[in-house]
Design a protein around this ligand. Structure first.
Ligand code: GLA
Length: 378
């Protein structure tokens, strides 16, 4: 992978890498204390940090042509840094808020993850910088705590009210596995998932419609879920396992939102259980069918899908995928399809053709290989 090789060659300072993620199941369940089933990608972000003797944080990204952004560490406050540099600055702020004093640092960022494609480039940026700054500070922060610190940077400094899935995936996933995470208890079960070994591919289809989590739709879905939980008398929707409970909600919108959250959590558990059962027949066909059900639930009940994603799901299945769904927050980003390797070329060609026929920018493809969590790579 180019970004790893470049980072290894270029510097002698320690290089920290954090991966992007795809999510097999459980969208918008994380902030509802439900279940998620992400896996880490081979692609990600690297952060190379050297200490400075002043109290400045100087960040530079290969992907952003502007000059480096310089921020004084001691006056960091939510709102004091905007744009992409808010993520690394937010991490320094959040580490300080948690009691970890980070030194002045110059941080070089590189990435081979598409931005706005719903594969969690923000969390990969946060987590690679968090590890780089911790190593400069000489502190070793337990990974679950570091995930919470990185999430706080995104919630309170950047201002995106996201859940814990992305940072947990970047910091806790294992190669060859998906990770079933209970976002209420934070219990983790590593679930073997190696599509490549089994003649399958997990294909990410970047629909080229960028999404942004700071937009109001994400926050309004979150507020609707909280309202539904209150009406059902539970602290969070993820604590409900019987989807029939939602029939008690008289507001049809809240009923649909709750139905999505509860059913997506159940689908995450069902796929994990099937993958853990070595004797289960047709595990990929089963998972594929649940992926498609998950997409329909996101489209019809949670209403966060977008036309390019709906078309990509439909076309991929007609061309031979076993199932597909949008991943991430929605309103743009990517679709994940489970495809028999023998149908991969046909699926890609059909998608390109279908997008082009509508005059849409053709999708980009990424082979999603379940990979290891964040680590030092040089
Ligand atoms: C974004 C957020 C996550 C999660 C997903 C939807 O990726 O960052 O916390 O809520 O959307 O599953």
């Amino acid at each position: 992978m180019a970004v790893l090789a470049r980072a290894r060659r270029a510097v002698s300072a320690p290089v920290w890498f954090a991966p992007g993620r795809a999510n097999l199941m459980g969208e918008h369940t994380d902030y509802n204390e439900g279940l998620v089933l992400p896996f880490a990608l081979a692609q990600g972000v690297t952060a190379t940090a050297v200490a400075r003797s002043d109290r400045l944080l100087v960040v530079r990204s290969k992907q952003v042509p502007d000059d480096p952004v310089t921020v004084p560490l001691d006056s960091l406050q939510p709102g004091s840094v905007t744009g992409w540099a808010a993520y690394p600055a937010g991490v320094a702020w959040s580490l300080r808020t948690a009691g970890y004093l980070v030194p002045g640092a110059s941080v070089d960022i590189d990435s081979d993850l598409p931005v706005g494609a719903g594969v969690s480039s923000s969390a990969a940026l946060e987590c690679s910088v968090a590890l780089a700054l911790c190593s400069l500070a000489g502190v070793s922060v337990p990974r679950r705590e570091l995930a919470a610190i990185a999430k706080r940077a995104e919630n309170d400094f950047v201002g995106a009210p996201t859940g814990i899935i992305d940072q947990s995936a970047a910091l806790l996933c294992q190669a060859g596995h998906a990770m079933l995470l209970d976002c209420g208890t934070l219990a983790v079960t590593q679930v073997p998932f190696q599509p490549g070994r089994d003649g399958m591919a997990a294909l990410i289809v970047d629909t080229r419609v960028p999404h942004a989590l700071v937009d109001g739709e994400y926050a309004s879905r979150r507020a609707e879920c909280e309202a539904a939980a209150r009406l059902l008398g539970v602290p969070a929707l993820g604590l409900i396992t019987d989807v029939r409970e939602t029939e008690r909600l008289t507001d049809p919108v809240l009923r649909r939102r709750a139905r999505h959250v509860i059913s997506d959590s159940a689908r995450a558990r069902a796929i994990a259980t099937a993958l853990l059962d070595t004797l289960a027949p047709d595990v990929y066909a089963f998972a594929g069918q649940l992926l498609t059900e998950g997409h329909m639930s996101l489209r019809d009940d949670f209403e966060v899908s977008w036309p390019e994603a709906d078309l990509a799901v439909e076309v991929a299945i007609v061309a031979g995928a076993l199932g597909a769904k949008m991943i991430g927050g929605g309103f743009g980003g990517s679709v994940l399809a489970l495809v028999p390797a023998s149908r991969l070329a046909a699926v890609r060609a059909s998608l390109t053709e279908a997008f082009t026929r509508r005059g849409w920018t053709p999708p980009e493809f990424l082979n999603a290989v379940p990979s290891a969590a964040a680590r030092r790579i040089a």
